[in-house]
Each structure stands twice: as structure tokens, then as C-alpha cells.
Design a protein. Structure first.
Length: 124
């Protein structure tokens, strides 16, 4: 049952991401990806809120952790997880690890994207 609930949360998160991205992107012009930007920031906020409520304060039942945190927000955005992990490193005093996680993820993410594009374009 937990796997099914996580899957349902993931389906809802994916639909929510698409709806929010399209709604914002169709209203704002320009090259900047406002829809994705908004999704990532919203997901980061939601992960912080739900992590505090479910994990730290146990205000919500533990059974909601999988469907909400892993399922919904996992499909909505993984950027939120990067932010939470970096913040927890920072809070634990591992400032350089936190910064390395942030900068490394961004820089290497672009490198991986470019490598994937190059491979895909070469194969196509």
C-alpha cells in the first residue's frame, strides 16, 4: 500500500508541476524559465514546510511522509530536496559541504545536461 500511495502522490505532483509551469509560462514572456523557477521555489518551500510538520514536529502522521515528500514533491521537483539537504549541511556546521553541494549540483548539472544533449544529438 505505501508504494501505491507514493505512486499516486507522484502522479499528482507531476500533474501539478505541469499545470503550474504552463500557467505561469503562458502569462510571462521572455527567455527566463519562470514556470520552472516558480515550481522549484514553491517545491523548496513546500518541502521545508512538510519536513518540519511530518518529520521534525510530527504534526502530521508519519504515513504522510512517503506520499507527500517522496511522491508528490519528488515528482513536483527534486530541486527542493537539493535545497533541504544543503540547508541541513549548513545547519550542521558543514558550510563548505553545503556550498559544494549547491555549486557542484548546479555546475555539474549543466555539464551533464550538455553531455546528454551532445549524445542525444549525435545519436539522432
Amino acid at each position: 500500500m505505501p508504494i501505491l500511495l507514493i505512486a499516486l502522490g507522484g502522479a499528482a505532483g507531476a500533474v501539478a508541476r505541469y499545470a503550474m509551469d504552463v500557467t505561469i509560462a503562458t502569462r510571462l514572456d521572455g527567455a527566463f524559465p519562470w514556470g520552472t523557477f516558480a515550481v522549484n521555489l514553491t517545491g523548496s518551500f513546500a518541502l521545508g514546510l512538510l519536513f518540519a510538520l511530518v518529520v521534525e514536529r510530527e504534526v502530521l502522521p508519519a504515513a504522510t511522509r512517503g506520499p507527500l515528500l517522496i511522491g508528490f514533491l519528488g515528482a513536483f521537483t527534486t530541486f527542493s530536496t537539493l535545497m533541504l539537504e544543503s540547508w541541513r549541511l549548513w545547519e550542521d556546521g558543514a558550510v563548505m559541504l553545503a556550498l559544494g553541494n549547491l555549486v557542484g549540483s548546479m555546475v555539474l548539472g549543466v555539464v551533464a545536461l550538455v553531455a546528454g544533449l551532445a549524445l542525444g544529438r549525435a545519436l539522432a
